[in-house]
Design a protein around this ligand. Structure first.
Ligand code: COA
Length: 151
């Protein structure tokens, strides 16, 4: 993994459009870099395989985006990317990482559970979808557990 640069954005956005049901815009990625969020890419032989974006807020962080290119899914890459993001959060002395996820995104929920996140709440009608709205599940990973090797 390495830090994302502005030169990565076209390739990142191409992956985003191909794997996300509700993709970020190019501008969302430009803003994430501009605001100094933790933006990382996984690169192999000059091609990006995945990326993640995390927003630190005081002593916590929110994992805003994690995506793995379709050809590389189900090979453990998502789990490895989350592990690296949690290690970065730990190195920044953050206490926990939380995220919001659509209940319909079963792959992401399974990945988060396997990566040490637990469900802590539900935000009603948080997302727009084709049927109107959808709840958000709020999940959290306690980094004191991570530090103790429990997660
Ligand atoms: C969610 C996502 C990042 C997972 O990446 P990945 O590299 O395929 O995940 P991994 O191979 O590390 O899988 C780790 C575990 O997550 C779970 N998982 C991953 N994909 C799954 C799927 N399609 N269905 C069910 N469980 C899944 C499994 O428990 C898996 O472990 P296993 O393969 O040993 O059973 C990937 O599917 C993706 O990019 N999805 C589109 C973008 C997205 O929805 N991101 C999350 C919201 S921002």
């Amino acid at each position: 993994m390495r830090n994302m640069t502005p030169e990565d954005i076209d390739e990142v956005h191409g992956i985003e459009l191909s794997v996300q049901a509700y993709p970020w815009t190019r501008g969302n990625f430009i803003d994430a870099l501009k605001y100094g969020y933790v933006c990382c890419v996984d690169e192999d032989n000059g091609a990006l395989r995945g990326y993640a974006i995390m927003m630190p807020v005081v002593d916590e962080a929110e994992l805003l985006n994690i995506s793995v290119a379709a050809a590389h899914q189900r090979k453990g890459l998502g789990k490895m990317i989350i592990k690296e993001m949690l290690q970065k959060a730990l190195a920044m002395n953050l206490k926990r990482v939380y995220l919001e996820v659509r209940p319909s995104n079963v792959a992401a929920i399974a990945l988060y559970r396997r990566s040490g996140f637990e469900l802590i709440g539900v935000r009603r009608d948080y997302y727009q979808n084709a049927n109107g709205s959808e709840d958000a599940l709020v999940m959290s990973c306690d980094l004191s557990g991570e530090a103790n090797g429990q997660a």
